[in-house]
Design a protein around this ligand. Structure first.
Ligand code: GDP
Ligand code: GDP
Length: 456
C-alpha cells in the first residue's frame, strides 16, 4: 500500500484528454499466460470498444481506449504475439521492442506465483535501456498469502511490484494510479493551454512602476502599444502577438498592463488579481523587478505566485541604466539573499528605457521553457537516485531511516517527480534531493515538483 505523502506540491489541475491522437499510450508486456489479456480487460472494463485491431504476420496488437479517474489513455495489448511460432523469448522481446518504440509507459506483467524467469529479466534489460517509465504488475496475487510472492519481484529492479489479481480485481486501483503517474499528461481542453504548435504564451509581471508597459512598448516596437485614453475602462484582458527572434510570441493580458488605474486602496489586490489571471494563461512568466530599489514584499509575492502556478520563470532586473557602482555592489548581495527561492531562474539585467540587453530576454525565455518541458528518462533518474541515496542517506530518525526506493518523472510543464520511499522524507532532505536533481540534470527557469509515495 502506497500512501500519497504529498511533498512539494504545485497547483494545476488534472489534465484531460483532448483527442484520441494525442492520448498517451500504455503497452502491456509480459510472457504468455501471465494474465495480460485478463488484466487489460480489467483495466478497460467491458464497455470500452476496441479501437484498432491489427493482425499481422508476425504480431498482433489490439488498442483500446481506457479511462481511469477521468484521464483517458490508450492501452495496447501485445498478448497475442508469436507465442507458438517464434518461441516465448522472442515473442516477449518483440513486445518490449514495440513498447519501447511506441508507448509512453509500459505495464510489465509478471506471474507472481511463478516468479521472475530469465525471459522476464531479459525484458527488464530492454526496458531499462529504453528509459520508458515501467510499472510492474505482480499478477495472480489472489489473496493476502500470496503477497510475499509479489514482494520477491523487487529483485527485478523495477521498483515496487504492484500486487494484483486480474481475475478478482484485487489491487487494480493502486496499479492504475501508478500507471497514471507513469503516463505523460495529455493535452488540456479549453483555452488551448499547453497545446503544441501555437505561439508561446508569455506574461509580463511585476508590481506597478517596475516598467512592464515600457518593456512591452520596447518589445512590440514604439507604435504597437497604444495607451488606452480611457484607462481603466477596458474590462477584458487582451493578448498581443509580438514577433521576436524570428518567432511569434503571445504576450498575455497586455491590456492589464496598459491599464493605469490609480486606486488609493486595493491597488495591491488588483495587481495580484492581474498576476493570477495572467499566470493562468501563460506558459512562462517574465517577472520584472526594479533594480534601482530594494526588492519589495510585493515582488516576492509575485515570484511566489509564479512558482506556485508551476510556470517557467525569468527574472528581469529592469532600470539597469539607473544603477551606479555602489548600488550594483549591494544589488548582488540582495539577489543572493532575497531571491533564494528562485536561484534557479535565469536573470537578465535590462533597461526597457534604453533597450540595454533586451536581446537577452528571448534566449532566457527559451531556456526556461526548455527546462519546463524537460523529461528525465526513468533509467537515468534511478541511476542518479541510487548514487545519491548511497552517498547521502537520509538521517536516522527515531531509529528509522527512510529511503528512496525509486523514482519516476510523472509529468512535465513543470517537471513533476514522484519518489517512492520507505518512510517520510523530511523537508531538509527533500530540498537536498531537489538541489541535487537540479545540479545533475539542470532545470534553469522552472519550478520542479517532488512528491512522495510512502510504502506502508
Ligand atoms: P496472457 O497470455 O498474458 O494474455 O494471459 P491471459 O490473460 O490469457 O491469462 C492466462 C491465464 O491466467 C488464464 O487462464 C487466466 O484465467 C489466468 N489468470 C489471469 N489473471 C489471473 C489472476 O489474477 N489470478 C489467477 N489465479 N489466474 C489468472
Ligand atoms: P508599469 O507600471 O510596470 O507598467 O511601469 P511603466 O512601464 O509604466 O514604468 C514606470 C516608470 O518607470 C515610467 O516612468 C517609465 O518611464 C520608467 N521606466 C520603465 N523602465 C525603465 C528603465 O529601464 N529605466 C528607467 N530609467 N526608467 C524606466
Amino acid at each position: 500500500e502506497w500512501v500519497d505523502a504529498g511533498g512539494d506540491l504545485l497547483g494545476g489541475g488534472e489534465e484531460e484528454v483532448e483527442a484520441h491522437a494525442h492520448m498517451p499510450v500504455l503497452a502491456v508486456v509480459g510472457r504468455p499466460n501471465v494474465g495480460k489479456s485478463t488484466l487489460v480487460n480489467r483495466i478497460i472494463g467491458r464497455r470500452q470498444a476496441v479501437v484498432e485491431d491489427t493482425p499481422g504476420v508476425t504480431r498482433d496488437r489490439v488498442k483500446y481506449d481506457a479511462d481511469w479517474n477521468g484521464r483517458r489513455f490508450t492501452v495496447v495489448d501485445t498478448g497475442g504475439w508469436e507465442k507458438d511460432v517464434a518461441g516465448i523469448d522472442l515473442s516477449v522481446a518483440l513486445q518490449a521492442e514495440y513498447a519501447i518504440e511506441n508507448a509512453d509507459a509500459v505495464l510489465f506483467v509478471v506471474d507472481a506465483t511463478v516468479g521472475a524467469t530469465d525471459s522476464d529479466e531479459a525484458v527488464v534489460k530492454l526496458l531499462r535501456r529504453a528509459g520508458k517509465p515501467v510499472v510492474l504488475a505482480a499478477n495472480k496475487v489472489d489473496n493476502l498469502a500470496l503477497e510475499a510472492d509479489a514482494a520477491a519481484l523487487w529483485s527485478l529492479g523495477l521498483g515496487m511490484p504492484y500486487p494484483v489479481s486480474a481475475v478478482h480485481g484485487r489491487g487494480s486501483g493502486d496499479l492504475l494510479d501508478a500507471v497514471l503517474e507513469a503516463l505523460p499528461e495529455a493535452p488540456v481542453h479549453g483555452l488551448g493551454a499547453f497545446r503544441e504548435g501555437g505561439p508561446r504564451r508569455v506574461a509580463l509581471l511585476g508590481r506597478p512602476n517596475v516598467g512592464k508597459s515600457s518593456m512591452l512598448n520596447k518589445l512590440a516596437g514604439e507604435n504597437r502599444v497604444v495607451v488606452d485614453p480611457l484607462a481603466g475602462t477596458t474590462r477584458d484582458p487582451v493578448d498581443e502577438m509580438i514577433e521576436l527572434g524570428g518567432k511569434t510570441w503571445k504576450f498575455v493580458d497586455t491590456a492589464g498592463i496598459r491599464r493605469r488605474v490609480h486606486l488609493t486602496s486595493g491597488a495591491d489586490f488588483y495587481a495580484s488579481l492581474r498576476t493570477t489571471a495572467a499566470l493562468e494563461k501563460a506558459e512562462v512568466a517574465v517577472i520584472l523587478v526594479d533594480a534601482s530599489e530594494r526588492l519589495a514584499e510585493q515582488d516576492t509575492r509575485i515570484i511566489s505566485l509564479a512558482i506556485d502556478s508551476g510556470r517557467a520563470i525569468v527574472i528581469a532586473y529592469n532600470k539597469w541604466d539607473l544603477l551606479d557602482e555602489e548600488r550594483r555592489y549591494y544589488l548582488e548581495r540582495e539577489i543572493e539573499q532575497d531571491l533564494v527561492q528562485v536561484q534557479w531562474a535565469p536573470r537578465v539585467n535590462v533597461s526597457a528605457k534604453t533597450g540595454r540587453h533586451m536581446e537577452k530576454l528571448v534566449p532566457a525565455i527559451e531556456t526556461a521553457l526548455e527546462s519546463w518541458e524537460k523529461r528525465i528518462p526513468t533509467g537515468r533518474l534511478n541511476a542518479f537516485l541510487g548514487q545519491l541515496v548511497a552517498a547521502h542517506p537520509h538521517p536516522v530518525r527515531g531509529g528509522k531511516q527512510p529511503r528512496i526506493l525509486f523514482g519516476t518523472q510523472a509529468g512535465t510543464k513543470p517537471p513533476r517527480f514522484v519518489l517512492f520511499t520507505s518512510g517520510f522524507l523530511e523537508a531538509g532532505y527533500r530540498r537536498f534531493v531537489e538541489r541535487r536533481l537540479r545540479e545533475e540534470f539542470g532545470f534553469p527557469g522552472t519550478p520542479i515538483e517532488i512528491r512522495m509515495k510512502v510504502r506502508e
